[in-house]
Design a protein around this ligand. Structure first.
Ligand code: HEM
Length: 295
């Protein structure tokens, strides 16, 4: 049995074509949060907290391994910035106007206790492709393996999940100058039908070669974001273990033993990065049910 607690259903909900990602900074010492009336959107929203806030909340505790995102300094001048915030809200659905209304409602209930620090609006591009034109999500764990990858499987945090949220900006002009066969070598899958390249032709700096690691399985729910001037991806992933993100980022940024960095990083750059903890539903209800005073 991989999850004693019930996880937030939105983690695995797949049918929304529109997405909103909100990140808030909140007052020190919050023991609970306002906005219980907005928890009715279960299934179409996921809520998670940074370590500072999780530590101060009365009804939940930080799972071992939860920490603030720290900047990654890779080889060849590559880096990923840290922009840690306190509250992360991900909304998904097919009616963009309703998502927008829910986003406004969250901003309103948090009015006195938190500031909106970042907002991103995402969308499903064609058949779940990222804006480079490659299908994103093909290598995700399927069936029960999704829960094993995404959810803490035992103990008081069972059903909870470690979240990585990063806004990336692509250099589509540079990527578009590559022949399709070369683009496929950057990603490690074919472009039209997302078939993984055979081991003998998979370059060791291909994105799939850097991230298909047996001990670092995560469940990704990224979507394209931005406009034509700043096209990119909101990378969003759920993991049973915080350490898997370190292993993956080290492998991508040339910090693993082989010193090789992910060639995808030549064409796309993160401009934000935060870790959060998405508690199981019971924990979430308690956070929003408790006294919101600062302690
Ligand atoms: C702009 C940034 C990124 C883009 C455009 C991107 C795109 C892709 C694409 C097209 C694939 C192949 C299809 C699939 O399996 O989904 C893939 C696979 C994958 N990516 Fe990314 N990715 C990005 C960042 C990241 C980051 C930051 C991580 C980890 C922290 C990551 C982890 C993975 C993993 C684990 C796989 C599956 C490998 C496998 O098991 O085959 N990606 N990504």
């Amino acid at each position: 049995m991989h999850q004693a607690g019930r996880s937030q259903a939105g983690i695995f909900q797949q049918d929304g074509r529109h997405h909103v990602f909100l990140e808030f900074d909140c007052l020190d010492g919050m023991r609970g949060l306002p906005g219980r009336q907005l928890l009715t959107h279960e299934g179409s929203q996921v809520i998670a907290f940074g370590k500072r806030l999780t530590d101060s909340l009365e009804s939940i505790s930080s799972p071992p391994g939860l920490r603030d995102f720290t900047a990654v300094k890779g080889t060849s001048g590559l880096s990923a910035p840290a922009t840690q915030h306190d509250i992360f809200i991900w909304l998904q659905g097919n009616e963009r106007d309703e998502l927008f209304a829910t986003a406004l409602a969250w901003c309103e209930v948090f009015g006195l206790i938190a500031d909106l620090a970042a907002e991103n609006h995402g969308f499903v591009f064609r058949d779940s492709r990222d804006l480079t034109g490659f299908v994103d999500g093909s290598g995700n764990p399927k069936g029960d393996a999704r829960m094993e990858a995404a959810l803490i499987n035992a103990g008081e945090h069972a059903g909870g999940s470690f979240v990585l949220a990063q806004r990336w900006v692509h250099d589509l002009a540079a990527f578009g100058k590559l022949q399709v066969a070369e683009q496929e070598h950057v990603i490690g899958r074919t472009k039209p039908d997302s078939v993984e390249l055979a081991p003998h032709i998979m370059p060791r700096d291909a994105h799939v070669a850097r991230t298909d690691l047996p001990d670092a399985k995560i469940y990704r729910r990224s979507t394209p974001v931005g406009g034509v001037r700043d096209p990119g991806l909101f990378f969003l992933a759920f993991s049973a273990d915080a350490d898997r993100y370190r292993v993956l980022l080290e492998s991508m940024y040339g910090l693993a033993e082989d010193g090789c960095h992910d060639r995808l990083l030549v064409y796309t750059t993160p401009i934000s990065g935060s870790f959060y903890y998405a508690p199981p539903v019971a924990g979430l209800a308690a956070v929003f049910g408790a006294d919101t005073c600062t302690g």
